[in-house]
Design a protein around this ligand. Structure first.
Ligand code: AVI
Length: 330
């Protein structure tokens, strides 16, 4: 991929994810995760078009505090953040989604430099399409959406000339287990050049009484989001999951400092995994672990950043100290 004067072209070297590649990855994830006693699915499977739309709904829920808290931090400090990154700068974003919060940073940036490139990277083409059309009204901004995953597709960053500000917002890091999280940060660090900045948003550890409702909302949107992964497997895999036979379950694992999402089989059942030519067997009460959402401590984050080779420069928090945005440097 090259980015010059707003022109974007994609490589044909396999760094982009194709539909066929996605289907292969879904198959591999189901084979790895559903034919074992401790059943689990990777969280990225939650984000097909419907899952991404449901996640957008989650971000508006009264119980789901992370998005509006991070947005408030960005609204209060976007100017300081882009100035601290060092201008002029091109912006790239991992897990950009619809880029709704990013607009605050881009607006602050365009008040300070006339033109800027923005490369949103996400697994969801539908979310990227929303981002692109919403950003069309930003004068001076050239948007180069990239369907891809990370760390697999981080090479795309190499094509962005000059100083880069890489964003990783929304506590997306929290959906990685500690080892992959450390590996992802190290892979990001390895792709950045001296002078580049990395702005990362992280949710902070807090009372279970706040955390559980955020993932088990009264309107049942998170339950629909979680169960949608079974609908996706029915579609992509030709599986025959009976959605009403599974229940959305949320647990706070204090020792691991994470909220855990499960789908619990309400009865003994067998599910045919069509494309795998295999059957997944469930006992009554047996669960599939579908997502973890880690809640960080400041000390844990500093150690994680340092371990990945980053220099911590600054953090911004909300008045309740529920969420933090950090500026890291290579
Ligand atoms: C995207 N990610 C940071 C969300 C979170 O809070 O862990 C995903 C989510 N899952 C259920 N609700 C929100």
């Amino acid at each position: 991929m090259t980015i010059t004067e707003g022109v974007f072209s994609s490589p044909s070297d396999g760094t982009l994810e194709t539909d066929a590649a996605t289907r292969q990855a879904v198959l591999a994830a189901a084979a790895e995760g559903l034919l074992r006693p401790d059943k689990r699915l990777p969280a990225w499977l939650l984000y097909d078009a419907r899952g991404s739309a449901l996640f957008e709904e989650i971000t508006e829920l009264p119980e789901y505090y992370p998005t509006r808290t991070e947005r408030a931090i960005l609204a209060a400090h976007a100017g300081e953040m882009v100035e601290a990154a060092g201008l002029p700068v091109a912006v790239a974003e991992l897990g950009a989604g619809t880029a709704s919060k990013t607009r605050l940073l881009l607006a602050a940036l365009l008040e300070r430099q006339a033109r800027a490139a923005y490369v949103p990277i996400d697994v969801s083409p539908s979310a990227l399409a929303v981002a692109e059309s919403a950003l069309a009204r930003f004068r001076g901004l050239s948007v180069h959406p990239m369907v891809g995953r990370y760390p697999e597709d981080l090479a795309v960053l190499d094509a962005i000339p000059g100083r880069r500000l890489l964003l990783f917002l929304g506590s997306n890091l929290g959906n990685y287990d500690p080892e992959p999280a450390a590996a992802l940060l190290a892979a990001v660090r390895a792709r950045l050049r001296p002078g580049d900045a990395f702005l990362i948003g992280t949710d902070l550890r807090k009372a279970a009484g706040v955390l559980i409702p955020a993932y088990d909302d009264a309107a049942g949107v998170t339950a629909r989001f979680n169960k949608n992964v079974l609908a996706r497997l029915n579609r992509d895999l030709g599986a025959d999951f009976d959605l009403p036979a599974f229940r959305h379950v949320v647990r706070w694992n204090s020792a691991a400092s994470r909220v855990e999402l499960y789908l619990q089989s309400e009865r003994p059942q067998q599910v045919r995994l069509g494309a795998l030519d295999a059957v997944a067997r469930f006992a009554a009460g047996e669960r599939i672990h579908t997502e973890s959402s880690y809640k960080f401590t400041r000390a844990g984050l500093r150690a994680l950043f340092r371990g990945a080779g980053f220099r911590w420069e600054r953090s911004w928090e909300d008045p309740r100290r529920w969420f933090a945005v950090h500026l890291l440097r290579v």
